[in-house]
Design a protein around this ligand. Structure first.
Ligand code: DGL
Length: 268
């Protein structure tokens, strides 16, 4: 099979990476996509760097069994800790979330005062603050871990009172310190964007790294000469490592259409 006809592999710990896939559907409608949600081991954000790196290697190997031409790490936690290892180990393009998200935030912020929310691992590793300050050392960056957002999104509690209460507690400091851009530094968070936006107010632009990553993925496929030349709609395949039912339910709620069979696969 010629390389351009191979699918793009995408993985996350669970449903979060669907926020990136939704952007890919628009940017690259003719590409086949194989998505893997590691639902047996979610959340990644409270695990050690060593464990996350091990999972990332296993997930990439799994996608390579499906003959993918590139791997999109649709998970900020893995992007924060495992990208150098994946790039060294695997001989295909590996695309992360942190670089595209940081560039997009800097473009959108007029005040140079940027907030970042993410999992504990992403925030503790200072992945975004390092990337942002590397681009512009004059920036003011305020970071906060929001670990409960992942289970709330996985449960589909999108505009639930519990989500509001937790968001108000997590985001209180951002309201008083005049940020004008808030990086949603976890791919699960765009699912909760309506609540996050209400809590921080309309003057703050929410930065969804998936938006920026989709453009970056297209650019990398073009550079590698593997962009699909097909003019028919791409096939989308969804794999999970545990019970498919909840994943299918939330994914269809999020996409607004049937996604077909979600297949459970073994990961080790
Ligand atoms: N959606 C992932 C991220 O972007 C992982 C969340 C988790 O499993 O804790 O960080």
């Amino acid at each position: 099979m010629s390389r351009d006809r191979k699918p793009i592999g995408v993985f996350d710990s669970g449903i979060g990476g669907l926020t990136v896939v939704k952007r890919l559907f628009n940017t690259l409608p003719n590409e086949d996509i194989i998505y893997f949600g590691d639902t047996a081991r979610v959340p990644y954000g409270s695990k050690s760097n060593e464990t996350v790196i091990e999972y990332a290697i296993q997930n990439t190997r799994l996608l390579l069994e499906y003959n993918v031409k590139a791997v999109v790490v649709a998970c900020n936690t893995v992007s924060a800790v495992a990208i150098p290892v994946l790039k060294e180990k695997f001989d295909i393009p590996v695309i992360d979330m942190i670089g595209p998200g940081s560039n997009y935030a800097i473009k959108e912020s007029l005040s140079n005062n940027i907030g970042v929310i993410g999992t504990r691992a992403t925030i503790n590793n200072k992945a975004y603050s390092k990337a942002l300050l590397n681009i512009n050392s004059e920036l003011k960056v305020t970071e906060r871990a929001c670990p409960l957002f992942v289970p709330l999104a996985e449960e589909g509690l999108i505009e639930h009172p519990a989500t509001y209460a937790i968001a108000e507690d997590y985001l209180r400091d951002f309201i008083s310190n005049d940020i004008d851009a808030l990086i949603l530094g976890c791919t699960h968070y765009p699912i909760l964007a309506p609540v996050i936006q209400k809590v921080v107010g309309n003057k703050v632009k929410l930065i969804d790294s998936g938006v920026a990553a989709a453009g970056e993925i297209k650019k990398i496929l073009i550079e590698a000469g593997v962009l699909s030349k097909s003019s028919s709609p791409g096939k989308h395949t969804f794999l999970v490592s545990d019970i498919p039912v909840q994943f299918k339910f939330i994914a269809e709620l999020f996409f607004g259409h049937d996604i077909g069979e979600v297949k459970k696969v073994e990961i080790n």
